[in-house]
Design a protein around this ligand. Sequence first.
Ligand SMILES: Cc1ncc(COP(=O)(O)O)c(C=O)c1O
Length: 356
Amino acid sequence: MKYEFPVTKTTAPKTKPDAKGLRFGTVFTDHMFVMDYNEKDGWNNGRIVPYGPITLDPAAVVLHYGQEMFEGLKAYKTAAGRVQLFRPDMNAKRTNNTNDRLCIPKVDEELFVDAIKALVKIDQDWIPEGEGTALYIRPFIFGDEAFLGVRKSATYKFMIILSPVGPYFENGLAPTKMYVEDVYVRAVKGGTGEAKCGGNYGGSLKAQEIAHEKGFEQILWLDAYEQKYIEEIGAANAFFVIGDEIVTSALNGSILPGITRNSIIALCKKKGYKISERKISIDELENAYHAGQLKEMFASGTAAIVSPVGELLYKGEDMVINDNKIGPVAQEMYDTIYGIQTGKMDDFMGWTVPVE
Ligand SMILES: Cc1ncc(COP(=O)(O)O)c(C=O)c1O
C-alpha cells in the first residue's frame, strides 16, 4: 500500500451480530476512516478512529445545499481466509466523476482504495460468513464549511464506514414486484443522475413510498422527457432478456453507471452472449411481453448483485415475468459474480483485490 493511516483503536468493542438474520445497513463496525480537506492543505490528516457520531456546525453546507456524494462496495472473506474487495478501482473512478459534477475536490484513487483496505483490515473480523452476506463499505464525502449562500464548500470530510450485511431484499433471490413510475422522474440529462449523490435519492423517496404503499418493492424509472424509455431501477440498473438478446439501457447522462452493470456486460461478452446497450422503451417491453418474448427481467447493483423481477405493473397492466421465477441468465450472473466475490469461483476476470 502506498498510503498508511494512524489508527486509534476503540476501547469499547461492540458485540458482533449473528450472521443469520442479518439485515441490510443496520449494524456498524468498531472503526471508521476520516480525512479532512481545506484549500491550503488539500486532503490531509487521514485517520482511522473509533466509530461514533460526528459534530457538524448547523450551518454546514451539506445540511443546506446537499454538497455530498457516496459510494458502495463490499468486502468478502474466502474459505481460505483471504479478505478481498470487488473492483474498488471502479468505485474510486466513479467517486471522482461524481466529485467533478458536485465541485468536490478529487481524491487520489490509490488513496481511496488504500483507505478502504486499511479500514477493512482493522475490522475484518466483522466480515460475516454465510450465504448472501458481506461487509458493506460506504465511502462518502460532504462539504462541512459553515456558511449560508450557494457556493461550493471550502472544507470537506471524506469518511468511510462499514456495515456487516445480509441480503438486500428480505427474501433473497426471490423475484420482486416492480412498479413502472409514470408521474415522478429520477433524473434528466445534464442533471446529476449519473453522479452518486444523496440528492438523487432524497428526490426519489416520494415515488418509492407510493410504490411501497401499493405493495411493490421497487420502481422502474422512465426518461424525464417522454416517460417512454427505461432508465433504471430505484438503486440498481435494469436488464431484460428479450428473445435471445440481453438488453440494458445505454448510459445517456441520467443513468448511474453501475459497476455490477459493467460486470454483467463484460461477463456476457466473455461468454459470447448477445448483449446490447441501447434505448429500450416501455412499449417495446410490453410488446415483447405479449409476444411471449420477454423471458427475464432483473435489477443489478452492489447491494443485491442481481435481483429478479417477477411482476411489472404499468398503467394498470400486470406483467408476470418468467412465471414469477428467477431465470437462467439472472441466476448465472448472480452465481458467477457472487462466486468470484467470495472466492468460490476462480476469478477469471481479475476483479478481486486482496486486503493485505
Ligand atoms: C441509482 C442507482 N443505479 C444503479 C446502481 C448500481 O450500481 P452498482 O452496480 O455500482 O452498485 C445503484 C447502486 O449503487 C444506484 O443507486
